[in-house]
Write a protein that binds this ligand. Structure first.
Ligand SMILES: [Fe+2]
Length: 382
């Protein structure tokens, strides 16, 4: 059994309209001048305003930084730090998708510890205490609210820097399914497949341990039956809730066991072609499952049994299940359809070997293994 150091540091609140409790909770934690980090789409949907109203009703000062972009870069974080300093804030709220929550964490690193984001690339590089932070996801995907990592992109190389520190973990995560019902279908699909990938990758990583397995297994039980439901009926609040809780549990699994080769292969697709994270992950996941089958077929079979499938070939069953979900989501089924050039697969394979997350994959990979996976994904055998 893998050794583990399980240190839950985030209070998790779930409930319809729980975002309206934000002000009360910030007050409880001693905040007075709050930075709310969000993006223009979330502001337009009215979600940021619900947070602002709750904070103001609690007698708190609020400054809204709404300039977060998808896959936030160091430039977003620097602008946010300046904004935060100008407003002398003492508390941070990240309200939005993974980008808003990651940007909020990034701003917290710089406001409380100084320097640049690259100074925190890796684990445990912050030396000073950080400001209290509350995360409120408006998608059911990233699980960033359960993690002490901020993923911040270097605008020159387009690589995502994973900056992790236990001090960056959220004090509270507020899961309110009413915030997820207005998202466009493609966002539900992209983020849903990402959450599914988190559940499946964490279940087999080299660092899996009794705690992470518990989170992975439970997240799969919430996510698998409900992704199709929320696509068919976006207003199914019960199914939305299961997706949000499932994504949160998968995020907790990542915090305790890291990810694997699917994310290592997906990130260069985003860096090179700007392919949305969930789409990139969905393209690679069935092929990585097949690659990993030689090492973890027993584990994959445990997951397929949770789906009610009795088969000795859990690997193929799970790969086909993911392919089916991807089809229902309306996502591209092969790299070719996503605009990837065959001639650049070796370059992508080289980039994938540089991704830290691949080192936790249950079956070790080299460049030629990644190339084989990309080639399988190019035409989409499944
Ligand atoms: Fe992901």
């Amino acid at each position: 059994m893998q050794p583990f150091d399980y240190h839950p540091s985030t209070r998790v609140i779930y409930g319809e309209n729980s975002v309206d409790r934000l002000g009360e909770i910030v007050r409880e934690l001693g905040g007075t001048r709050v930075l709310l980090v969000s993006d223009p789409g979330i502001v337009k949907a009215g979600h940021s305003n619900r947070g602002v109203v709750s904070l103001r009703n609690a007698g708190l000062e609020v400054s809204v930084f709404n300039q977060v972009q998808e896959n936030p870069s160091t430039l977003n974080v620097i602008a946010g730090r300046q904004f935060a300093t100008d407003h002398e804030i003492d508390f941070i709220v990240g309200l939005g998708g993974g980008s808003s929550m990651d940007c909020a964490k990034g701003i917290n690193f710089l406001v409380s510890n100084g320097g640049e984001m690259k100074d925190y690339w890796g684990v445990g590089r912050a030396t000073k205490p950080m400001l209290p932070l509350i995360a409120i996801p408006t998608t059911a995907g990233t699980g960033s609210e359960a993690q002490s990592f901020a993923l911040i992109t270097d605008p020159e190389t387009h690589r995502k820097m994973a900056c992790g520190d236990k001090k960056a973990a959220c004090k509270v995560a507020i899961l309110d399914p009413t915030l997820t019902v207005t998202q466009p279908r493609e966002v539900t699909a992209d983020t849903g497949i990402d959450a599914i990938a988190h559940a499946l990758e964490t279940f087999v990583t080299k660092r899996r341990n009794p705690m992470s397995l518990m989170f992975s297994r439970e997240s799969w039980k919430h996510l698998y039956p409900n992704l199709q439901k929320v696509l068919n009926d976006p207003k199914d609040i019960e199914a939305r809730g299961h997706m949000q809780v499932g994504a949160n549990l998968a995020g907790a699994a990542i915090e305790n066991s890291m990810l694997g080769a699917t994310h290592a292969a997906a990130n260069p697709l985003t860096a090179t072609y700007g392919i949305t994270h969930g789409i990139a992950v969905g393209l690679m996941l069935p092929h990585v499952i097949r690659f990993n089958g030689a090492a973890v077929n027993v584990e994959y079979s445990q997951l397929t049994r949770l789906m009610g499938e009795q088969t000795a070939d859990g690997t193929e069953c799970l790969a086909q299940c993911v392919t089916g979900l991807r089809r229902i989501c309306g996502l591209p089924s092969c790299l070719q359809d996503a605009g990837v050039e065959e001639s650049r697969l070796p370059e992508l394979a080289e980039a994938a070997t540089q991704e830290w997350t691949g080192t936790f994959n249950p079956r070790p990979l080299n460049k030629s293994d990644f190339l084989g996976i990309y080639q399988a994904a190019f035409n989409g055998r499944s």
